[in-house]
Design a protein around this ligand. Structure first.
Ligand SMILES: NC(=O)c1ccc[n+]([C@@H]2O[C@H](COP(=O)([O-])OP(=O)(O)OC[C@H]3O[C@@H](n4cnc5c(N)ncnc54)[C@H](O)[C@@H]3O)[C@@H](O)[C@H]2O)c1
Length: 244
C-alpha cells in the first residue's frame, strides 16, 4: 500500500464559508493545490482568487439553503465544508451591547450550525463528507473582553463534537481547528494598538504570531483521507499557546 495520495483531493468539491477572508483565501488556495474544486461562500467577494464565488450570508438560512442547492445542482455532490466566517469585538462583559453579542453569536455559532445543517444533509445522502469548523484558542481559554467570541468558539467546539457523533455512522467526519492569533483583517487593527502585538507574542512559546498559511496543513489533513478515522477533535494551531 502506498500513501502517496493520502492528501489527494482531486475530484472533491469543497465549500469554504468565509473563504474571502485572511485565513479563507489561503485555505482555498491550499484545497485547490491538492486538486479540490472550491466554492467560496461569503458576503464579500474574494480579492484575487480565480474560483467560484456565491454571495452567501451564513446567518440567513434561506441564503445558505440556496447556496448549497446551487453547488449541489452544479457539481452533483459536496465533499468538504470549511466554516471560517467569523467576527470579534473586544468589550468588557458589563458594557457589552446586546446587539453586538447577537451579531457575534449569529455569525460565528449560528452560521456554523446553518451551513453544517444544510451541507450535512447532502453528505449524509452521499455517505461521505468532511466538515472542518473554525474554533480558536478561545474555544478553551477565558481571555478578558472576549466573552461573545469565546462563547461562540466554545460553542463551535461542542457543536462540532455533537455533530461528529450524530454523523459518524454516515462516514461524515466533523472536526475543529483552533488557531492562536494570526494576523488577518480580523486581528490587524487590534494588533496595531499600543503594545498588543508584543504582549501577545510573549504568550506564545514559539515566539511569533501565526501566519494564515499555518492553518492550511490542518485543513488539508481534515479534508483528506489522512484523517479518515478522526472525528470530533480539536486541532490547535497555536505555537504552543495552550501547552504551558
Ligand atoms: N485570525 C485569527 O487570529 C484567528 C484566530 C483564531 C480563530 N480564527 C477564526 O478563523 C476564522 C477566519 O478568521 P480570519 O482571520 O480569516 O477573519 P477575516 O475577518 O479575515 O475573514 C472572515 C471572513 O468571514 C466573512 N463573513 C463575515 N460575516 C459573514 C456572513 N454573515 N456570512 C458569510 N461570510 C461572512 C467575511 O466577509 C470575511 O471574508 C474565523 O472563524 C475566526 O474566528 C481566527
Amino acid at each position: 500500500m502506498s500513501f502517496e495520495t493520502i492528501f489527494n483531493l482531486e475530484n472533491k468539491i469543497a465549500i469554504v464559508a468565509g473563504g474571502s477572508g485572511g485565513l479563507g483565501q489561503k485555505i482555498v488556495g491550499g484545497l485547490m493545490d491538492f486538486g479540490a474544486k472550491t466554492v467560496i461562500a461569503d458576503i464579500r467577494s474574494p480579492r484575487n482568487l480565480d474560483t467560484e464565488f456565491i454571495n452567501t450570508d451564513v446567518t440567513n438560512s434561506a441564503s445558505v439553503k440556496s447556496m448549497v442547492k446551487e453547488v449541489e445542482a452544479k457539481h452533483g455532490r459536496i465533499d468538504v465544508l470549511v466554516n471560517c466566517a467569523g467576527i470579534n469585538n473586544r468589550i468588557p462583559v458589563l458594557e457589552f451591547p446586546e446587539e453586538e453579542w447577537d451579531k457575534i453569536l449569529n455569525i460565528n455559532l449560528k452560521g456554523t450550525f446553518l451551513t453544517c445543517k444544510e451541507v450535512g444533509k447532502v453528505m449524509v445522502k452521499q455517505r461521505y463528507g468532511r466538515i472542518i469548523n473554525f474554533g480558536s484558542v478561545s474555544s478553551l481559554l477565558g481571555h478578558p473582553y472576549h466573552s461573545a467570541y469565546a462563547a461562540s468558539k466554545g460553542g463551535v467546539l461542542l457543536f462540532t463534537k455533537v455533530l461528529a457523533v450524530e454523523l459518524a455512522k454516515y462516514n461524515v467526519t466533523v472536526n475543529c481547528i483552533g488557531p492562536a492569533y494570526i494576523e488577518t483583517p480580523l486581528t490587524s487593527e487590534y494588533l496595531k494598538r499600543g503594545n498588543n502585538y508584543d504582549k501577545i507574542v510573549s504568550t506564545i512559546p514559539m515566539g511569533r504570531l501565526g501566519k494564515p498559511e499555518d492553518v492550511v496543513g490542518a485543513v488539508i489533513y481534515f479534508a483528506s483521507d489522512a484523517s479518515a478515522f478522526t472525528t470530533g477533535t480539536l486541532l490547535l494551531v497555536d505555537g504552543g499557546r495552550t501547552a504551558d
